[in-house]
Design a protein around this ligand. Structure first.
Ligand SMILES: Cc1ncc(COP(=O)(O)O)c(C=O)c1O
Length: 283
């Protein structure tokens, strides 16, 4: 929010990939930006170079890249990021990244920070945080890395929005980050096991879904379950009759496209996931 309010003006266009993390829409609304969407499709959510280029215009101020992605689990590849970087330079615009799941990756997928690509440091605002990596979502502790010409304005807006993150939490974050090198592989291993556990439970229950490449969510298509209603009705049915919570898919799309999808998280204990599997099996 601070980055958008600081760097985007009324009427500027900001490109967002769909499905998207819900907050980008209110962030854009409050900064006066117009969002331009580029759809990525299951199962691999690969980037379509033509659709991407078509989204850029003389009015483009920024593109938001969330990798690894919530909700799709997509991890943008280096060639995909290079395409985005090339267009940012051609159209002289900023890249705002959301890399909060940077340490939660599976199989051979690697996280490439946009700011490390040639020519991109000066035009990239890298955003990350402690919530996911250190399982402290309640702390809401994040950070922004950007060249001074950009971070000057972001720091001012941030000061007016929140004043600052609580100092004791910042101290704890510093200690955690200093000691984390050995912890990151452990984190990945833990989530890989949970990823497979939830994926099997969903497949066994009749959902159509794919193993995510990163982050800790699975988008599941319930079309084949014979449920008559939309994603909101289905999510309510799951809570009331099955005892499992999910997020309706349309939260991550503009209009109607998520109506047969719900998003589950596997950021839960193995016991909770096992119980969820048992409940889903009763559907
Ligand atoms: C893509 C993405 N960005 C940012 C956040 C915000 O994290 P926090 O407010 O905990 O720093 C989340 C949390 O769900 C997220 O999924």
């Amino acid at each position: 929010m601070a980055t958008m309010l600081a760097l985007v003006e009324e009427g500027d266009e900001v490109i967002v990939f769909e499905p998207f993390y819900e907050n980008y829409v209110p962030d854009a609304a409050m900064s006066g930006a117009k969002l331009v969407f580029v759809e990525l499709r299951a199962p691999d959510f690969a980037l379509d170079p033509e659709a991407l280029r078509a989204a850029f215009s003389a009015r483009t101020r920024a593109i938001i890249v969330n990798t690894p992605n919530n909700p799709s689990g997509k991890v943008f590849t280096r060639p995909e990021l290079e395409q985005i970087a090339g267009l940012c330079q051609e159209f002289d615009c900023l890249c705002i990244t959301d890399e909060i799941y940077e340490h939660i990756l599976y199989d051979q997928h690697e996280h490439v920070p946009m700011a490390t690509l040639p020519g991109m440091y000066d035009r990239t605002v890298t955003i990350s945080g402690l919530s996911k990596t250190f399982s402290v979502t309640g702390w809401r502790l994040g950070y922004v890395l950007a060249p001074p010409v950009l971070s000057d304005a972001i720091r001012k807006v941030h000061d007016f929005l929140t004043v600052g993150a609580p100092a004791p939490l910042q101290e704890a974050a510093g200690i955690a980050m200093e000691q984390a090198d050995a912890y990151y592989p452990e984190l990945r291993g833990m989530y890989d096991a949970k990823r497979r556990q939830l994926y099997s439970a969903l497949r066994d229950a009749g959902f159509e879904c794919h193993l995510p490449q990163g982050a800790y969510y699975i988008m599941a298509d319930f079309s084949h379950l014979g449920f008559p209603g939309d994603d909101y009705a289905f999510a309510r049915h799951l809570i009331e009759n099955i005892g499992v919570a999910s997020v309706p898919g349309s939260s991550f799309y503009r209009d109607g496209k998520g109506a047969k999808l719900v998003r589950f998280t596997f950021s839960k204990s193995p016991e909770t996931l096992a119980e969820a599997a048992a409940r889903l099996a009763r559907m």
